[in-house]
Write a protein that binds this ligand. Structure first.
Ligand SMILES: [Zn+2]
Length: 433
């Protein structure tokens, strides 16, 4: 562990500390945040005292990204949640968002320090250690991923950035510089397995022993993960963050049973029922949308921020010794479909279909017919065949039946030839409307 005293301390001690920090953070919001003064007053909380303690947090309103965006003006392009003076801000990242218009994420020196600390704990959980080499494939540019890269220096790794979209350069760096680890999106990791197979490149025999995936859900899906592990001959662990709150907040350890909160002490996690916003307990097996609150942020702290990440919670003790609840991300709530009352995530479909390897490539595409979330069965699903495999009605039927048994949803499975679904060197699209 990078920081065993923090990472292994009893979780109730952590929560007691977090409660103190939370009180200070809420007082700071009332003092400095025009956005939260107004929002909380409108919800009937006119002072920090009225807002109560950490155990009362679920009484406070949730924050949506769109609310922050709505307060941006030419005079204040960051938004009314900006609390720090310009002289305190040392970095401004952009998030691309779904609408295409970037929004800005400012950080003070202390905020940036906390981001890097949390991110370093999350990545170190995967087992990478000082003195090893790690090759990264993110074009961090304006995006928060840049702060994750700083975590590699913090761990003491030798960082080899090669950027996105140049597979030849990446493979040359792996071959010549022999890194022990690679960090990339799960989609790109999968793409490289195919890329290597097509060229008879021995990816399994490379120096890479650990593949750290982040940037989109999927790295924790059992069938998808085992395909990556087999292709790379490496252990695959995942990390997750959200731009407005922090980069790589969560990171999986070598037990591969959900991500630990590397940003403990900086961020408080809650779970809600996505349709109603009702608070859910972080109990073993609970599933819902992750909601995050800053505990010691200065530049633009957020309270009960909806991540739109749908997660499953694990609370059983982890053999690595880290304490606290762990999460596995099932998908974005924005990608969720409801077919006759049943919630379905594209990544869950991919995982069921992936078990049909080697007949299938593992790539799928959902093609919902109706606008919006609610869909009538059967839900059309394109399933890509493996290289050289031919269309087989019995295979399509077997996949359809397995999806029905596991996910309780009726689908129409269309088998499509190998190579017909789009490959990505960044993030995959699993839904097409
Ligand atoms: Zn663990």
């Amino acid at each position: 562990m990078l920081d065993a005293e923090v990472e292994a301390r009893p979780w109730d001690e952590q929560l007691a500390d977090d409660a103190d920090r939370y009180r200070t953070q809420v007082a700071y919001l009332f003092e400095r945040s025009a956005f939260y003064r107004e929002k909380l007053a409108a919800a009937g909380f006119s002072s920090a005292e009225a807002a109560g303690d950490l155990r009362d947090i679920a009484r406070l309103p949730l924050t949506e990204k769109s609310e922050l965006r709505a307060t941006c003006t030419p005079e204040n392009p960051i938004g009314a949640h900006l609390c720090a003076a310009p002289s305190e801000i040392v970095r401004i990242y952009s998030t691309s968002g779904t609408t295409g218009t970037p929004s800005y994420v400012p950080l003070t020196g202390g905020d940036l320090e906390n981001w890097v600390t949390g991110s370093a704990r999350s990545y170190a959980a995967s087992g990478v250690a000082a003195g090893q080499r790690i090759v990264s494939t993110y074009n961090a540019g304006p995006f928060v991923a840049g702060a994750a890269l700083a975590a590699f220096d913090r761990i003491g790794l030798c960082h080899i950035p090669v950027g996105t979209g140049n597979t030849e350069r990446l493979m040359r760096a792996v071959e010549r510089l022999a890194p022990e680890a690679a960090v990339l999106t799960p989609s790109y990791a999968a793409h490289l397995v195919e890329w290597a197979a097509e060229r008879d490149v021995d990816l399994r025999g490379s120096s890479v022993e650990r593949v750290l995936v982040a940037g989109e859900p999927g790295g924790g899906e059992p069938a998808f993960r085992s395909k990556l592990e087999e292709g790379w001959g490496a252990r695959v662990t995942e990390a997750m963050g959200i731009g407005d709150i922090g980069v790589s907040l969560w990171g999986e350890c070598e037990q591969q049973d959900g991500m630990h909160l590397g940003a403990r002490g900086f961020v408080h996690a809650e779970l809600i029922e996505p349709e109603t916003g009702a608070a859910l307990e972080l109990d073993e097996g609970a599933a819902g949308e992750l909601v995050l609150t800053h505990l010691r942020h200065r530049a633009a702290p957020l309270l009960r921020f909806r991540t739109h990440d749908h997660v499953q919670v694990r609370t059983t003790p982890c053999r690595c010794g880290r304490t606290g609840p762990r999460v596995r991300c099932i998908g974005r709530t924005d990608d969720m479909l409801i077919v006759r009352g049943v919630n379905i995530f594209p990544s869950a479909v991919r995982d069921v279909v992936g078990a049909f390897a080697p007949e299938v490539s593992g790539r799928i595409l959902l093609k919902p017919q109706a606008e919006g979330v609610k869909q009538d069965p059967p839900l059309p699903v394109s399933v890509e065949l493996a290289r050289g495999a031919t269309d087989d009605p019995l295979l399509a039927q077997a996949i359809r039946e397995r999806i029905r048994d596991v996910l309780v949803v009726q689908t129409h499975v269309e088998l499509v030839p190998w190579g017909s679904l789009r490959r990505s060197e960044y993030k995959s699209k699993l839904v097409e409307r």
